[in-house]
Design a protein around this ligand. Structure first.
Ligand code: ACO
Length: 331
């Protein structure tokens, strides 16, 4: 079965829930203000899932759009992969829930936990399955309803996160097709895991009254330290991807980075010696949507007519773990 195939992006889709949480709303909830949030993060609003709207619901809407654009149906899929750290429940996986909602065959479905790097990790996994010839059509989704894990009394975290889903259908490319995933490079540094954690709900701290009393069901973050690592790691990921492919920054049409903080992305552009106008940035509209951030940023830039077929696109991610990685592709 070992083949020499390559993968291409056949369709993309995204979904942002309707409900909005603006900086003005947050001013009424914690001691903060629009000017501080805008200047320190670039975020102006975030979309939040409605009550009863879950991660798999967001994933379904993004996936349906990606399948339609690819000209495929759920029956054509060989694998459903959902990158998330805020799945519908611990078990079964959100990928299994999505597989059922889409009406797929009894194909492989699993969740992937790599926080904000999850989508780039997922693309790399899909690429490996296609390169070997094992599968032809793979749905890769990044979906989060993170706001349910955020403490709206903690002004350092509650201003950052939003909910969203983005999906790509990745398929086997025809021989000679130059629009392919060219490379992926993935990393993790577990020694820095304590910088961004969601302590409770696993086997280490199962749910109890104590969890609610301590608030350990919410994310905890050392923001300033993450900031430094994010700039360094994202810059390294960009260089690594280009060096592996013998490319120079001026050949890249768009850098689509994880949408964490506008100042992080500006700093990466400076360190990478890359024009800021070619960095896709729409976090003013979305906030940080973790695993959904890159496919949503890509899809919104595509809808705006920025990203076009045939362009060289560099995806770069970092997230809790700390995980990081890049994908270079000709779209
Ligand atoms: N409103 C007003 N003031 C605030 C707020 C707020 N929402 N939050 C913090 N402050 C205050 C602090 O208390 C501090 O006050 P002090 O000087 O009196 O002590 C001051 O602002 C500066 O605080 P810093 O932490 O130094 O602010 P910084 O410029 O670093 O911005 C931020 C904080 C926005 C969190 C930034 O560090 C950041 O974005 N870090 C990366 C976070 C991130 O990306 N997390 C997720 C990574 S993993 C993933 O994406 C899933």
């Amino acid at each position: 079965m070992v083949g020499n195939y390559r993968s291409r992006v056949a369709g993309t889709g995204s979904y942002l829930p309707e409900k909005l949480l603006t900086n003005a709303d947050l001013e009424k909830m914690v001691e903060t203000n629009d000017q501080w949030i805008t200047e320190r993060t670039g975020i102006q609003r975030r979309h939040l899932a409605a009550d009863g709207e879950n991660t798999s619901d967001l994933a379904l809407k993004a996936s349906q759009k990606a399948l339609a654009e690819a000209g495929l149906t759920a029956q054509d899929l060989d694998l459903v992969l959902v990158a998330t750290v805020s799945g519908d429940q611990v078990m079964p996986s959100t990928a299994c829930v999505l597989q059922s909602k889409l009406g797929c065959r009894q194909i492989m479905a699993f969740d992937l936990s790599a926080a904000c790097s999850g989508f780039v990790y997922g693309l790399s996994v899909a690429d490996q399955f296609i390169r070997t010839g094992m599968y032809k059509n793979i749905l890769v989704v990044g979906a989060e309803v993170l706001h349910r894990f955020v403490n709206y009394k903690d002004r350092e975290t509650c201003i950052l996160f939003g909910d969203a889903a983005g999906a790509w259908v990745v398929t086997r490319a025809q021989e000679g097709d130059s629009n392919i995933i060219m490379s992926s490079h993935l990393h993790a540094d577990g020694n820095l895991g304590e910088l961004f954690v969601l302590p409770a709900g696993g086997s280490a701290i199962p749910f109890s009254q104590q969890v609610l009393d301590d608030g350990t069901q919410y994310v905890r973050m050392k923001g300033r330290e993450i900031f430094k690592h994010a700039v360094r790691t994202l810059t390294q990921c960009c260089h690594e991807a280009l060096e592996a492919n013998g490319c120079k920054p001026d050949q890249v049409d768009w850098l689509v980075p994880h949408q964490a903080n506008a100042r992080i992305l500006d700093s990466v552009a400076d360190h990478f010696n890359f024009p800021k106008e070619k960095v896709v940035m729409n976090l003013h509209e979305t906030g940080n949507t973790s695993a959904a951030s890159i496919p949503v940023a890509f899809d919104l830039a595509k809808q705006e007519g920025k990203i076009k077929r045939g362009q060289l696109i560099l995806l770069a991610a970092f997230g809790a773990g700390l995980t990081s990685g890049s994908v270079l592709l000709r779209y």
